[in-house]
Design a binder for this molecule. Sequence first.
Ligand code: GRF
Length: 218
Amino acid sequence: MLNVVVMVSGGGTNLQAIIDAVEAGTITNTRLAGVISNNKNAYALERAAKHGIPAACVSPKDFEDRGQFNQKLLETVDGFEPDLVVLAGFLVVIPPEMTAKYRNRMINIHPSLIPSFCGTGYYGLRVHEAALARGVKVAGATVHFVDEGTDTGPIILQKAVEARQGDTPKELQRRVMEQAEWKILPRAIDLIANGKVKVENGKTIIEEPTRSGQEASL
Ligand code: GRF
């Protein structure tokens, strides 16, 4: 059983996709051990409660400095004894000690096809605003392992989504979530839970004969 902790900051639709997939059996060998939010008002916390998943809130506002917050955050994560940490819309910078401790055991969902529209400053709607400003025809999402950089870790899965003429950032964001994020994040967890993902020389190897890292074409 893969013990999974999901870290969230907001609405938690990706968390919901993971919960649904575990309950439906499309993610196997996985137990949702806990949900951690940095924001006590995150709707994601209610989603966790509705499904009986233990949840904790660790907010930077409750600490005098970043060091104390980071320590408490790491303690809280460790307390759930996770095999895998999933960042599902977690908007806080991960402490370096945590990145080191959970190397190749912590994944993130990013709402673009990395290496486009990623790195510092590219989060939430900003990603989609930038993609539309550039006039892209194809958008998408990426699940990757977390390393010291911002969105630089080994890529696990990517899925392309059509960017349509006249899209608003919100419309594109919604399509990327529905068609890519909510599919590839649960899929990546299932692959990891079943021992199908290896990291070699900074790249992943997905051990599944019929599938590749690109989940589907347009
Ligand atoms: C998603 O777009 C995710 O890619 C990004 O933050 C958003 C989180 O949405 N990192 P939700 O909280 O899962 O609804």
